[in-house]
Ligand binder design. Structure first.
Ligand SMILES: Cc1cc2nc3c(=O)[nH]c(=O)nc-3n(C[C@H](O)[C@H](O)[C@H](O)COP(=O)(O)OP(=O)(O)OC[C@H]3O[C@@H](n4cnc5c(N)ncnc54)[C@H](O)[C@@H]3O)c2cc1C
Length: 210
């Protein structure tokens, strides 16, 4: 199958035009450098752009988060794996970076789109996608790695507050994160693979320490 690049119409007239314009772009920002360091040594200084700005440009033009609804900060298009592959291939040829992923974008957003309440979708998806709120993943524990159902961190509902006690490890990007999606055992008497809840926890909650 041959697809004309100009069939992927965006703000620029074509994907090729976009790639020509941003060829050599250097994306900066501490989280970006930590997770997705750019390696473009030929970069022109005039083409330096922050990771947040770059993410917004890509989404606006339809080159990232294409299928995430506009109301949640995405492009609002159809999920199209072929187009996504063409975009990735052209970006790679032009040596320009793709959109930023990470725990919030790759893991939290799909979960919320599938399982979240409207309120949760409205509140959390756009800031995660636009990197205004960074997330980390609190699954693994000292004795619950591959066998995640061994997790012991407990969540107890006290009035309208969850009181959480336990320990997490391997928490990538925790030092940058404002939020954590976390698995905790909320029904201690349930079978091992049940009674686990997925809680969204602000990282400045009193008691969280490394
Ligand atoms: C770089 C890095 C970043 C990570 N970031 C995060 C993060 O941000 N958040 C997070 O929650 N976790 C994170 N993890 C944890 C990761 O997702 C896995 O949960 C964890 O690495 C597996 O646990 P473990 O290393 O304790 O291995 P173990 O669970 O101790 O397993 C050790 C070995 O035994 C094997 N094994 C385990 N159980 C069995 C069994 N029942 N039968 C046969 N074989 C078995 C495993 O396959 C493995 O080879 C990260 C891990 C790495 C390496």
């Amino acid at each position: 199958m041959i697809l004309e690049l100009s069939t992927i119409v965006s703000g620029e007239r074509s994907l090729k035009e976009f790639c020509d314009r941003y060829k050599g772009v250097q994306v900066t920002g501490s989280l970006f450098q930590y997770l997705w360091e750019t390696t473009n040594s030929n970069s022109d200084d005039e083409l330096k752009i922050s990771v947040q700005e770059w993410q917004k440009i890509l989404i606006e033009k339809g080159y990232f988060a294409r299928h995430i609804p506009k109301e949640f900060g995405g492009y609002g298009g159809e999920l199209d794996i072929v187009k996504n592959s063409i975009i990735n291939e052209e970006f790679s040829k032009a040596k320009i970076p793709d959109g930023a992923g990470g725990q919030g974008i790759d893991f939290l957003i799909p979960t919320l789109l599938e399982m979240g309440t409207d309120e949760q979708k409205q509140r959390y998806i756009k800031p995660a996608l636009h990197l205004d709120e960074i997330w980390c993943q609190g699954y693994s524990e000292p004795n619950a790695g591959s066998d995640l159902a061994s997790l012991q961190t407990k969540g107890v509902l006290d009035g309208d507050e969850w009181v959480i006690n336990g320990q997490k490890i391997w928490t990538s990007t925790a030092k940058y994160a404002q939020m954590m999606f976390c698995l905790v055992r909320t029904e201690p008497d349930a079978p091992k693979h049940k009674g686990i809840s997925y809680l969204l926890i602000p990282m400045d909650t009193p008691g969280i320490k490394d």
